[in-house]
Design a protein around this ligand. Structure first.
Ligand SMILES: NC(=O)c1ccc[n+]([C@@H]2O[C@H](COP(=O)([O-])OP(=O)(O)OC[C@H]3O[C@@H](n4cnc5c(N)ncnc54)[C@H](OP(=O)(O)O)[C@@H]3O)[C@@H](O)[C@H]2O)c1
Length: 311
């Protein structure tokens, strides 16, 4: 193509439209009061407590925030993994010594005592990250699985947040690892989607009740290449032991952690961390529900047929 044939005025106009639209969105964002108008959240020397820090996204967040100067308190059930993570983090360079503790979100006890691990009795940033998933149809999935997922992903986060809220300063932050499935639901993931919808509603409610400056970031994450699928419970409550293609081909946890850290620093209220098509699907879910439900049903029927053919 001969570029000299492009009228410079048309080219300038074509550039001005997206730049103008971007500037307008930024101006509109600043026009509304909220935590995003405060100074950026700086992780340096801040106490950050991360749940589900033993593997996957939680471990990647721990590494990312350590390099940004945070004082880490890492919690999960796998104490051996937390210990190994702390050792390897320390080897990555100078920083505050990370500490770790046991916490089972399905049976959270004495959560407020975690604050004793903070050097000054404050938790500047709470990262509610731990979670489990499930695979199974509504009809086949045991009630025990439905309850376990809600206990971990929803009631666990509620318990930790309620217990630690008094220790989070007004210019502090709460980061919540939700999912795109907190905005739209998928087949065979009923309890998982329900728990993430519940988490979204809980933190939206908390925003309206809490101190105005307190920053709450809900991350609606798309697929991330972690052990989530492998650890997901099947219909009878056993780990599937299988990482499905979507999760396996997802975003690298290190990249996801970097995006979450940046969004926290900028005090964004929401982060949709997914490809454009998945974000568009959320839009479709609310603006053209019948088309969305038909597409999801059709996709699921086609997938089932494909799997039957393989057998
Ligand atoms: N991977 C994805 O595609 C994806 C997409 C959207 C959202 N997310 C969300 O991202 C978060 C992190 O998951 P991940 O992808 O990093 O999966 P992961 O590798 O399986 O990590 C899950 C973490 O949660 C902890 N955990 C699980 N059950 C727990 C319990 N009862 N009590 C305390 N900790 C518990 C695990 O530690 P222990 O086993 O040591 O306790 C582990 O550290 C989850 O909330 C998940 O829903 C993931």
């Amino acid at each position: 193509m001969d570029l000299s044939a492009v009228n410079p005025l048309i080219a300038a106009g074509a550039l001005a439209v997206p730049i103008g639209a971007y500037a307008l969105v930024q101006l509109a964002r600043l026009a509304v009061p909220g935590p995003h108008r405060q100074a950026r959240f700086n992780f340096k020397d801040k106490t950050v407590l991360i749940t589900g820090a033993s593997t996957g996204l939680g471990a990647a967040l721990a590494r990312e925030l350590y390099t940004r100067g945070a004082r880490l308190i890492l919690v999960a059930r796998s104490i051996d993994k937390l210990k190994a993570l702390c050792e390897s983090i320390k080897e990555s360079g100078p920083g505050h010594e990370p500490v770790y503790a046991y916490l089972d979100l399905a049976e959270p006890e004495k959560v407020d005592e975690l604050v004793k691990l903070s050097h000054n009795g404050k938790i500047d940033c709470l990262v509610n990250n731990a979670g489990i998933s499930m695979r199974g149809s509504v009809i086949d999935t045991d009630m025990a699985v439905q309850r376990k997922v809600m206990e971990t992903n929803y009631f666990g986060q509620v318990a930790v947040t309620r217990a630690l809220l008094p220790f989070i300063p007004s210019d502090g932050a709460i980061v919540v690892t939700s999912s795109m499935q907190g905005k739209m639901a998928l087949p065979y993931r009923s309890a998982y989607g329900a728990s993430k919808h519940a988490v979204q509603a809980f933190f939206d409610s908390l925003r309206a009740e809490e101190r105005f400056g307190l920053h709450i970031l809900v991350v609606s994450a798309g697929y991330i290449a972690t052990e989530l699928g492998n650890n997901a419970l099947d219909a009878s409550g056993r780990p599937t032991g299988v990482t499905d293609g979507n999760v396996g081909n997802g975003l690298k946890p290190e990249e996801a952690a970097r995006q979450i850290a940046n969004a926290t620093e900028r005090r964004k209220p929401e982060l949709l961390m997914a490809p454009l098509l998945h974000r568009f699907t959320v839009f479709l879910r609310y603006w053209w529900p019948s088309l969305y439900f038909y597409s999801v049903w059709k996709r699921h029927i086609m997938q089932e047929a494909k799997e039957k053919k393989k057998e």
